[in-house]
Design a protein around this ligand. Structure first.
Ligand SMILES: Nc1ncnc2c1ncn2[C@@H]1O[C@H](COP(=O)(O)OP(=O)(O)OP(=O)(O)O)[C@@H](O)[C@H]1O
Length: 239
């Protein structure tokens, strides 16, 4: 069975089908891209997987455990964590304190001060924020805040991280640095990613495989090259 196995997931909001019978499998160590225009259903799919939204039909299995019906905190403690499009660090807490909260939340048990410090240090180093650990999180640049979002996911002990537009608003230099960080996290930390990204060049560079949603339906699936040559995708994106 795949690391993350999504079968026939649908989500209805009143008269709107935000997701229609979506299935996908993500393998361990993979970077899986989700593409789609505004309103295609990408964030809704993240919310269903992370337990923030109950699906109308279908099921999600992570690492052999059925997630449907479990709370977001339980899902997080199983090793699956999401970041949000709009970054929301705890302002008034330092970067390191934000990570301490994440470590405690993710473990679900009382950690010793030494254990917490180890988790926090590792997360800071993984995203190159060690030198900003004492800064108020609100004072980080946007790029720094996006990195903190990823570090918070790591500090929970996540094995699979869903990244919602982690490149949005970054300049080209910051995008390149973020690409390198994510590749390193996959390689050195054996993390698995599902990424939603409107910076298409970055999505194409990073992803092993891409699924394209349009109005909640899966319209294409394949390697970045296959998606780049897909007629229906070109039609949806470029008219
Ligand atoms: N809680 C909700 N109640 C009602 N409709 C919703 C809700 N959440 C999302 N929708 C609708 O579901 C559809 C899919 O939204 P979603 O946010 O998943 O799209 P998206 O692909 O993430 O878009 P974007 O790229 O703009 O973030 C949209 O039409 C949206 O308005």
């Amino acid at each position: 069975m795949a690391f993350l196995d999504i079968t026939g997931v649908s989500k209805r909001f009143g008269g709107l089908m935000a997701l229609s019978d979506v299935s996908l499998q993500v393998e361990k160590g993979e970077i899986f891209g989700l593409m789609g225009a505004n309103g295609a259903g990408k964030t809704t799919l993240f919310s269903v997987i992370a337990g923030h939204v109950a699906p109308s039909a279908g099921e999600v299995v992570f690492n052999g455990t059925r997630l449907t019906g479990l709370s977001p905190s339980r899902i997080c403690r199983l090793g699956l964590c999401r970041t949000f499009q709009i970054v929301r660090p705890f302002a008034g807490l330092t970067v390191a304190e934000n990570l301490r909260v994440a470590a405690l939340y993710g473990s679900g048990r009382k950690l010793s001060a030494v254990e917490i410090a180890r988790v926090v240090d590792a997360a800071l180093e993984a995203v190159d924020l060690s030198d900003r650990r004492h800064l108020d999180a609100a004072q980080l640049t946007l790029s720094g805040q996006k990195r903190l979002e990823i570090a918070r996911a790591l500090a929970t002990g996540a094995q699979l991280v869903m990244l919602d537009e982690v490149m949005a608003g970054l300049n080209p230099t910051e995008v390149s640095a973020m690409l390198a960080t994510l590749e390193r996290l996959r390689g050195d930390h054996r993390l698995t990613f599902v990424i939603v990204e409107h910076v298409i060049g970055a999505l194409m560079t990073l992803s092993d495989r891409i699924l394209v949603l349009d109005h909640g339906e899966c319209i294409a699936f394949g390697t970045p090259e296959e998606i780049g040559n897909h007629d229906r995708v070109a039609e949806v994106y470029f008219g």
